[in-house]
Design a protein around this ligand. Structure first.
Ligand code: NAG
Ligand code: NAG
Length: 453
């Protein structure tokens, strides 16, 4: 209050009346800029129509909201800054207490009719209601918006891919002779801005942004467009831990299953289980992988080859199991025949030499069973001399024992020793294991190389 009184005192004692208190409205009144003055909004604000209006533009990335491969949609949240000159506006700041800028509602002034070529959905988000007007006629308008744009994506290297999406901006009706579009900042500066401001990137990591200018001719007119290219890299961690590694683990399990003994189809059922588990994972792939691609994505190759390899190993196991079944069947037939001969000729000693016993534990049991047969003649001698009922019972027990040993031999895999099919099975198994390990390591090396380049 004191201050104001003092000021008034000075102005009146000075004798001249100078206006010390100004408002923005004074500037508007001076310009005759009112809401219903159509002069400012109907035509392009140039005094000579031959002069183009130069619009300087910056697009800064705020957030990557979504990148949808299935629909080839890129949804960023961007901030656009437009600067142009309105030749009908100018005032001397000295006349208005140094006011150099005012803000006016966007509807009051002419605005360049810029639009985004790739935009497929209009954004109805709240618009910035004001724009800034400077005393030299410079007008600055800012707009933050969610852009739903189309973007051609290549998912060949999914999930280790890098995508580049464009946002092209041009005037809808004003050609090159009316509106010139220029970038305010160059690519490095704009990348720096975006990297500082980008808040949310989700699955993506923003790398850089470039701006290029194009002249595009259609019919008689030529339009100038600015193309902003946003380059971003996918963060692959989730897909690696959720998909690539589990598939690899199942492959390792399948490799490990070669060390399971080949009896009674255990290996076979194990391999089938692993193959089923992989099939479930393939269903997930269907969800995450877009179908729009001209080249087969590497991840599909990865899955198909691993699936095929595991299928091959399953087929090999089936073959080996078949060969061994065949072998054991022939062995069993042989044993049965032996048994019958034994029963007909009562006792028949086989030449079970001591050298044979060294070979394998299996053979030991075989020979052991044969040695038990050697006892039979002795018992017969006893039989001749004593002829008692006890000896008869003993003979019965020996017969039973022989039967038991035969069964035991069958179960312990003595059959592996005989039969050509059994030999073949073992040989095929070994050869296939070497082939399998070689192919798997070669393939993994190749796919890692393809992904990393
Ligand atoms: C201001 O604009 C109005 C129309 O909106 C017009 O009638 C008037 O003459 C203008 N005044 C000046 C000083 O240009
Ligand atoms: C577009 O045309 C204008 C005017 O002829 C020219 O100045 C500008 O360099 C051209 N831009 C490109 C990218 O060719």
């Amino acid at each position: 209050m004191m201050h104001l009184a003092f000021l008034l005192l000075i102005t009146f004692t000075d004798g001249t009346f100078s206006k010390e208190v100004c408002s923005y409205q004074d500037v508007l009144d001076y310009l005759n800029l009112t809401a219903d003055n159509s002069m400012f909004k109907t035509t392009r604000p140039v005094l000579d129509y031959k002069q183009p209006t130069v619009v300087k533009l910056d697009i800064i990335l705020f957030a990557i909201l979504a990148v949808i491969e299935k629909t080839q949609t890129f949804i960023p949240f961007v901030w656009g800054i437009m600067i142009w000159n309105n030749e009908r506006i100018s005032w001397d700041p000295a006349e208005f207490c140094g006011i150099t800028q005012i803000s006016v509602p966007q509807e009051m002034l002419w605005k360049p009719d810029l639009f985004i070529y790739e935009m497929v959905q209009k954004d109805h988000a709240s618009q910035n209601p004001y724009m800034r007007v400077y005393h030299d006629g410079t007008v600055v308008a800012e707009e933050a918006m969610k852009v739903v744009s189309v973007c051609k994506m290549d998912v060949h290297k999914f999930p280790f891919d890098t995508q580049s999406c464009n946002i092209s901006i041009g005037s809808a009706i004003h050609g090159l002779d009316e509106i010139r579009l220029l970038p305010s900042s160059n690519s490095t500066r704009i990348t720096q801005f975006s990297q500082e401001l980008v808040m949310s990137q989700g699955e993506w990591q923003f790398l850089h942004q470039t701006v290029t200018s194009h002249n595009f001719t259609l019919g008689k007119g030529t339009w100038e467009t600015l193309t902003y290219t946003f380059t971003m890299k996918r963060r692959p961690l989730l897909h690696v831990t959720n998909f690539l590694l589990p598939v690899l683990f199942f492959l390792i399990l399948d490799l490990a299953s070669f060390f399971i003994a080949d009896h009674r189809g255990e290996k076979l059922s194990f391999k089938v289980t692993v193959l089923l588990a992989i099939s479930v994972l393939l269903l997930i792939l269907n969800d995450i992988l877009p179908s729009v691609s001209h080249k087969t994505p590497l991840i599909a190759t990865y899955c198909i080859v691993i699936f095929a390899l595991m299928l091959l190993s399953l087929l090999e196991t089936i073959l080996v199991t078949y060969l061994m079944e065949k072998d054991s069947a022939s062995q069993e037939k042989l044993k049965l025949k032996d048994d019958r001969e034994d029963k007909q000729e009562t006792v028949k000693t086989k030449n079970c030499n001591t050298e044979d016993t060294k070979q394998t534990p299996c053979l030991c049991i075989c020979t052991a069973s044969d040695k038990s047969l050697e006892l039979l003649p002795m018992t017969q001698k006893v039989d001749n001399s004593i002829q008692s009922e006890e000896s008869n019972a003993l003979l019965q027990i020996l017969e039973e024992l022989k039967e038991l040993l035969n069964i035991l031999n069958l179960h312990l895999g003595c059959r592996q020793e005989g039969g050509t099919s059994g030999h073949w099975a073992a040989r095929i198994n070994r050869a296939f294991f070497i082939f399998y390990v070689t192919v798997v390591s070669l393939f993994l090396c190749l796919i890692v190389f393809a992904w990393s380049t």
